[in-house]
Design a protein around this ligand. Structure first.
Ligand code: TGC
Ligand code: FAD
Length: 390
């Protein structure tokens, strides 16, 4: 059974509205009921549990902040963050699916797409009838997507798309792919590619030790004819995909707190029950140091995410502020997972507890959506005015 108790050391609940708490609690209950009982098995089998798609839609995880007229939940940014926190408390791979669907597929269609594209895709993505993926990364261009080589040519009544994307979450089962590719002038645009288009395939990436309950794959475009109406016309250039990443990275800053909370709660509970040398290990200074530092770091991360959410609601959060929170909170979570695993001793390496799964998942989270290093360089550029990427 899932007895998770969310830590709230600084009464952060007092900063939340009733709506935030209702949305958060509904997501929390759903994770306990629908995700916790099946997720370990899914991760062990390396299968994305498709049975949870309709539940994700019901808790508002697909397009939390997309307006209701397009099927979204019409919530604010803090509710969005809280939903991500609760889902990642269950598993980072499940949160990945929600992040991609909401911020990397629905967000660009809503922001950069035509009214026809919004009406055609958003309601079905919100309900989970359509699943989406986002293709930016390529085999030779990960941290530096501006070097991408995937390209399309204007053939009069359609575009001809060629190239390949790698490491794409949800790719193996996605119905639609938001794909970033260069036109004949080298300008980046977003295209909506649909499963079934001739020359489009999505081979699955196997043997991952991380995000095993999330399906990852490639997107291969071999002379794919893309109808002209599938180009999203309202923004081009690298800023278009990076704008989507801002929204997803913000969600991850909250999501990582969920994974950390679960590790802390599990370690605290275990330490109070586990007796060695005739007393609970929670009564030893070494284990208290671990647990006390965990709750301190979680509390700092919660405050950072909450403040960022307020700024985001006001339309004032900068990309660099989002980078700082993504970087800090994911590192916080991965460090807590590693410490919490030790608190459990040998039991910590088993699937009886969620910690090792979180720890392995977070190895992807610290790398995707901009690596730990890239986010540091974004902060460095922001405070000095000098880019140090090259
Ligand atoms: P740079 O010259 O700095 O910028 C190019 C244009 O973009 C604008 N811009 C942004 N716009 C919106 N949001 C942001 N965060 C932005 N950052 C930059 C910028 O103003 C400029 O606009 P304009 O109008 O002047 O052209 O670009 P650069 O080539 O030097 O790159 C900068 C860098 C390294 C920060 C960027 O390339 C980067 O962030 N790299 C990391 C790549 C990355 O995060 N990939 C993630 C792939 S998706 C993914 O991982 C999904 S995992 C999903 C899951 O399962 O949850
Ligand atoms: P590289 O860019 O080759 O980096 C390798 C190392 O070099 C890193 O440590 C990096 O920090 C460092 N490095 C790079 N540049 C510099 C520099 N200038 N200075 C110092 N150090 C540097 N992408 C998508 O488009 N869509 C998805 O849905 C998606 N899902 C993913 C799911 C998983 C499970 C994973 C693992 C990745 C996913 N990605 C996705 C790709 C992810 O965004 C990239 O892996 C990430 O951006 C890093 O690119 P890379 O792996 O090519 O590493």
């Amino acid at each position: 059974t899932d007895n998770f108790q969310a830590p709230d050391y600084y009464n952060i609940d007092e900063l939340l509205t009733d709506e935030h708490k209702i949305v958060r609690d509904a997501a929390r209950e759903w994770v306990k009921r629908e995700v916790s009982p099946i997720i370990e098995d899914a991760a062990q089998k390396a299968e994305f549990p498709k049975s949870i798609i309709s539940g994700l839609a019901e808790i508002g995880a697909f397009g939390p902040y997309i307006p209701e007229e397009y099927g979204g939940a019409g919530l604010d940014q803090i509710s969005y963050g809280l939903i991500m926190q609760e889902i990642e408390r269950g598993d980072s791979g499940v949160r990945s699916t929600a992040s991609v669907q909401s911020s990397l597929v629905m967000f660009p269609i809503y922001k950069y797409g035509t009214e026809e594209q919004r009406k055609k895709y958003l309601p079905k993505l919100a309900s989970g009838e359509f699943m989406g993926c986002f293709g930016l990364t390529e085999p030779d261009h990960g941290s530096n997507p501006s070097g991408m080589t995937t390209n399309f040519k204007d053939k009069g009544d359609h575009y001809l798309l060629n190239g390949a994307k790698m490491w794409i979450s949800n790719a193996p089962f996605a119905d639609v792919a938001v794909v970033w590719a260069k036109d004949e002038n080298g300008r980046i645009h977003g295209l909506i590619v649909e499963r079934g288009m001739e020359g489009f395939s999505t081979p699955e990436t196997h043997n991952k030790w991380s995000l095993r309950a999330s399906a990852t794959g490639e997107l291969i475009f071999d002379n794919v004819k893309v109808p002209k109406e599938n180009l999203m016309p309202n923004k081009s250039g690298l800023g278009a995909p990076l704008g989507c990443l801002d929204s997803a990275r913000y969600g991850i800053a909250w999501g990582a707190i969920g994974a950390a909370m679960d590790c802390y709660d599990t370690a605290l509970r275990y330490a109070k029950e586990r007796v060695q040398f005739d007393k609970p290990i929670a009564g030893t200074q070494l284990q208290q140091k671990k647990l006390a530092e965990m709750i301190t770091e979680i509390t700092k991360a919660q405050l950072m995410a909450w403040r960022l959410g307020v700024l985001k609601n006001e339309g004032k959060a900068t990309s660099a502020q989002i980078s700082m929170a993504k970087r800090n909170n994911v590192e916080m979570a991965i460090k807590i997972a590693r410490e919490a695993r030790q608190v459990l001793g040998g039991m910590g390496i088993t699937g009886e507890y969620s910690i090792m799964r979180h720890m392995m998942n977070l190895e992807s989270v610290i790398t995707y959506e901009g690596t730990h290093d890239i986010h540091l360089l974004i902060t460095g550029m922001d405070i000095t005015g000098i880019p140090a990427f090259q």
